[in-house]
Design a protein around this ligand. Structure first.
Ligand SMILES: Nc1nc2c(ncn2[C@@H]2O[C@H](COP(=O)(O)OP(=O)(O)O)[C@@H](O)[C@H]2O)c(=O)[nH]1
Ligand SMILES: [Mg+2]
Length: 357
């Protein structure tokens, strides 16, 4: 009984927070029906919104409805940390997408530290759990310094539909707003719609796009783009790649080839390989990260679609297994719906008491 109540409370809080985030933003913006470029084959670039618009923060949004999390856990920890409580906590973490291994680790760490530090009261256990989760996210924070190289070449990788091209559009918007010059490279030569989609983002943000015809060699498009950026003194190259080729082996060998070909430019490119993962796919995101890590070493993650039905627990599973920085999180389809990940804000939002709509 106890575990079902807590599970329901947790799910309700997370879903309410995310729904609030989306509705809060849509109330203040022209409504836009989501479209999936991968399903329709048509380029998907949402209409421009007011340039001054401040997007609703996911963390602020979550904090409005967060009291249930802390209350559930506090209620749970009233029973100390016996086997029954551990079972309930396990169910709660699993239901939030934390994953089996990481959930086990969190339970073991909490038990050990509670014993070592003599913590047994509800408040103490709650704050111990919070600090364990925040420490787990430490590897997700690492400075992202674009001024180290010119051009700074960022390669976006990930399976089809996770949001690579959309994230490139959002990053172009962000970097231009920071006063940097940007060039886009249409490395997804597998589908005509992918090139068109990137060109549309380029036109929107007045950013040049280097592209060739569908079926062209992706590595050579990216090579040309980097050379062109170097000649033009461009600050940042955002390179798109295909998420699906004839099969997985082709995709991985294509990525290896891109790495090799860019190496020939002797400019240290790519300086950043961002693996884009769709947070809504839960544990699938973890398996995708394992596959990509075999072909091309990602240097950072982008977690998209946290505005949907995603349960934030996947963040903990990814942090523990890959220890990669989470550079950005995607909170919607528009240019301004991309934010740097802040682990303290994330954990605070999940645990803080108070708030409520
Ligand atoms: N709600 C939401 N949709 C997103 C986000 N990022 C991308 N999308 C949508 O996901 C779909 C696939 O994105 P796309 O960039 O084409 O994926 P790609 O195949 O990896 O390049 C599009 O409809 C995007 O608008 C996000 O953070 N939130
Ligand atoms: Mg794409």
């Amino acid at each position: 009984m106890m575990s079902i109540e807590i599970l329901l409370a947790l799910t309700a809080v997370i879903v309410a927070g995310l729904v609030w985030a989306v509705w809060g933003r849509r109330r203040s913006t022209p409504s836009q029906s989501p479209s999936d470029s991968t399903a329709s084959g048509a380029p998907s670039v949402p209409e421009a919104t007011e340039p001054t618009l401040q997007p609703t923060s996911f963390f602020d949004a979550l904090s409005k409805s967060r009291s249930g999390w802390a209350k559930s856990l506090k209620g749970l920890f009233q029973g100390g940390l016996d086997d029954e409580v551990r079972e309930d906590l396990e169910a709660l973490l699993l239901s939030a997408d934390v994953g089996v291994d990481t959930t086990d680790w969190v339970l073991d760490t909490l038990t050990e530290r509670a014993k070592a530090e003599g913590v047994s009261d509800a408040d103490g256990l709650l704050s111990l759990l919070k600090s364990i989760l925040a420490e787990l996210l430490a590897p997700t924070e690492k400075a992202f310094d674009l001024s180290n190289h010119t051009p700074y070449v960022i390669l976006m990788v990930g399976v089809n539909g996770v949001g690579k091209t959309t994230t490139i559009g959002k990053l172009a918007h962000r970097f231009k707003a920071e006063g940097r010059s940007v060039l886009l490279a249409a490395g997804d030569t597998f589908r005509a719609a992918a090139v068109e989609q990137l060109k549309a983002w380029g036109a929107r943000h007045d950013v040049p796009v280097i592209a060739q015809d569908t079926g062209a060699d992706s590595a050579s498009v990216l090579y040309d783009a980097c050379e062109s950026a170097r000649a033009r003194g461009i600050d940042v190259v955002l390179a798109d790649t295909a998420g699906r080729l004839q099969n997985k082996a082709n995709l991985m060998s294509e990525l290896e080839k891109i790495g090799r070909v860019l190496g020939k430019l002797n400019m240290g490119a790519p300086h950043e390989v961002l693996l884009v993962l769709d947070a809504a796919t839960g544990q699938n995101a973890v398996s995708q990260a394992r596959e990509f890590a075999k072909a091309i070493a990602p240097t950072g993650l982008v977690l998209t679609k946290l505005d949907g039905t995603a349960k934030g627990g996947i963040v903990f599973a990814l942090a523990r297994e890959f220890e990669l920085p989470i550079r950005f999180v995607g909170l919607g389809e528009k240019a301004e719906d991309l934010q740097p990940f802040d682990r303290h804000a994330f954990v605070d939002a999940l645990f803080a008491e108070g708030g409520g709509d």
